[in-house]
Design a protein around this ligand. Structure first.
Ligand SMILES: [Zn+2]
Ligand SMILES: [Zn+2]
Length: 152
């Protein structure tokens, strides 16, 4: 894990503790994998997450991964983005929007300016964003370059 991944996991574990949840190996492993994804696509499906953990030698039941993710979402530590019929999970520790290829599921987190712009837009229509809330989760669906080339 990189230093920033470790920081993210530490901060998330802190929030779990505040919520009265213990810092279990399974929770730490799931958080570590989600933090690792931030540098890439940002989000993972439950299956991808489970396979990545098994590949790293972390023995954990799929049902446990499901349960941990549900807890993280309930606490606002993670959030979901639907891609096709599956749900992807990503850390919600910093506000971000998403651009998703609806054909292959490739995903990118959009730069901070996108979040700033949506906050400004909300203010402009008279809604002052909740400072405690994460103004993240806007999803723009489309086609990535690879999929556009394939259908040409
Ligand atoms: Zn996200
Ligand atoms: Zn694509």
């Amino acid at each position: 894990m990189t230093a920033s991944e470790t920081d993210r996991v530490t901060a998330a574990v802190q929030r779990l503790r505040h919520a009265g949840l213990r810092n279990t190996a399974a929770r730490r492993a799931v958080l570590g994998q989600l933090a690792h994804a931030v540098g890439g696509r940002g989000h993972l499906t439950v299956t991808e997450l489970h396979h990545a953990l098994l590949a790293r030698g972390v023995t954990v039941e799929l049902s446990t991964v499901h349960r941990v993710l549900r807890q993280l979402v309930e606490l606002g530590i993670a959030h979901t983005v639907p891609v096709g019929r599956t749900t992807t999970f990503g850390l919600a520790d910093d506000a971000h929007h998403h651009a998703v290829c609806g054909a292959c599921g490739d995903m990118r987190q959009l730069p901070d300016e996108a979040v700033d712009a949506s906050i400004a837009a909300a203010r402009a229509v008279g809604i002052d964003p909740d400072p405690a809330g994460q103004p993240s989760g806007v999803v723009v669906y489309g086609r990535c370059a690879v999929c556009r080339a394939a259908t040409r």
